[in-house]
Design a protein around this ligand. Structure first.
Ligand SMILES: [Zn+2]
Length: 241
């Protein structure tokens, strides 16, 4: 077939009412184009009457009803009957792909976004972090922004940064001088966030089962009061990489 001419049919996109272009490359088949035009036209009418709109095909979340049916399944060990049910009841491929390895979030009743060591639900955890933004600040709005963005976007626990007040460290001990500044050893009185604990309704914090104390290395940057945006971008890139 020759690819010489293009005909553009313009119709309206049902949700945004933006112009929606469909390109057909073979103008010789004018009857087909004509039929297609009416086909799309007809779909629009159906949609506007809400006939297709509420169908299961359009739904991209797990309903309460489905959640109740599958909530007690062990997502990592489904029997044949349960596998069939999951395929039938979970509406989209993306949700199924998340359900199988990560299971369901007890908060929003949707599949978690990660299970690397600990389950993680990005929408739920991001909301929890956001509610706590008013309770801390580094004193530098660029640093605050970097930490906040990591907390809002993290799909697992490795992607979050936390702001830790200086008084949460003790026994700070000088070790050596590096190229960028001094290096210290210290005990971190708390520990990093692992996951949300639904029993206590707070973050579950890392605890070393072999040691009572959590030693960390602190790197004190020269002129850290003058942290630049370029430096923060590098931190951000290092985190994504
Ligand atoms: Zn959730």
């Amino acid at each position: 077939m020759k690819r010489d001419t293009k005909i553009v049919i313009i119709t309206l996109c049902r949700k945004t009412k933006k112009k929606f272009r469909l390109k057909f490359k073979y103008p010789k088949h004018s009857t087909v184009i004509y039929l297609l035009y009416f086909f799309y036209f007809k779909i629009e009418i159906l949609l506007s009457k809400n006939i297709l709109y509420n169908s299961a095909m359009e739904q991209n979340y797990i309903s309460n009803d489905v959640f109740e049916q599958i909530k007690d399944f062990k997502h990592y060990y489904l029997n044949e009957e349960q596998k069939l049910l999951i395929d039938k009841l979970i509406p989209t491929e993306e949700l199924k792909q998340r359900y199988k390895p990560y299971g369901l979030c007890k908060g929003c009743k949707q599949p978690n976004t990660s299970n690397s060591s600990y389950v993680w639900c990005q929408p739920c955890n991001s909301r929890r972090f956001q509610q706590n933004f008013k309770n801390w600040t580094s004193g530098n709005s660029d640093v605050d922004k970097l930490i906040q963005e990591s907390q809002l976007n993290a799909k697992n626990r490795y992607e979050i940064l936390e702001w830790i007040e200086y008084d949460r460290f003790e026994d700070i001990e000088y070790i050596a001088k590096g190229g960028f500044g001094k290096v210290y050893k210290a005990i971190w009185k708390d520990g990093y966030i692992k996951k949300w604990d639904y029993e206590t309704n707070q973050w579950k914090i890392y605890e070393d089962i072999y040691e009572d104390t959590l030693f960390v290395v602190l790197k004190c940057l020269n002129n850290s009061k003058d942290i630049t945006l370029e430096f923060l971008n590098e931190v951000n890139i290092a985190m994504i990489a």
